[in-house]
Design a protein around this ligand. Sequence first.
Ligand SMILES: [Ca+2]
Ligand SMILES: [Ca+2]
Ligand SMILES: [Ca+2]
Ligand SMILES: [Ca+2]
Length: 230
Amino acid sequence: MLPRLFLALLLSAGCGGKGKLVELGVPEPPSANACDERLSLVLAVSSKLVGRTLFVEVVLDGGSVLPYEVQVDDGGDRGRVELDVRLGEQPPEGVTVPVEITAWVEDGPVDTLSLEVALDAAPRINADADGDGFGGPAGLSCGVAVENDADCDDSDPNINPGAPETVADGVDQDCDGLDDCYVDVDADTYGDESGVIQASASCADVGVSASMDDCNDGVAGELGGGIGAG
Ligand SMILES: [Ca+2]
Ligand SMILES: [Ca+2]
Ligand SMILES: [Ca+2]
Ligand SMILES: [Ca+2]
């Protein structure tokens, strides 16, 4: 379920006086969603405008003008218009967006509203982007929240604390910070052919190897598998 973005309309200067064609009306709580980046802005207008076309221009944060041409609905004792305003990007935490609204009807007077919309951010969660049940680091996200941050690669479902480790591939599948390598007892960079493994940050470390080509791992300088010179 998409997280809900709570917002409050803070009227800084309105022109919603009596007799105006357009008023700052909030007949229902305005809502926006940080995930789909849209803001639902409701305007109340004079009931005389029901059924007529209202022309609206919205300017978010001093940016480009967003034009609307909408039919005025019957909102009970008032006319009602709901604007679907695209915010452009997921709001960062605690942002307040100045909104300028200009509205008019054909052959009617222009009215303006100036308000500020205070937006909460999307929730900060441990999202599980790859669906393996383990979450990544906490951050602003619209994804699926889980109760842990144990996924060291949240883009790959085959990497998580419950995944089997693949030996000597240079990848830490089980998120313990280590790969599994072949033991290299005689430290000649060739691991024991019996396949004994040992966890290590890198299979290039001394005492481990990415290979299991040493048929005589107890004797330095004696390389197995016909590789190298002894
Ligand atoms: Ca994950
Ligand atoms: Ca993962
Ligand atoms: Ca591995
Ligand atoms: Ca590992």
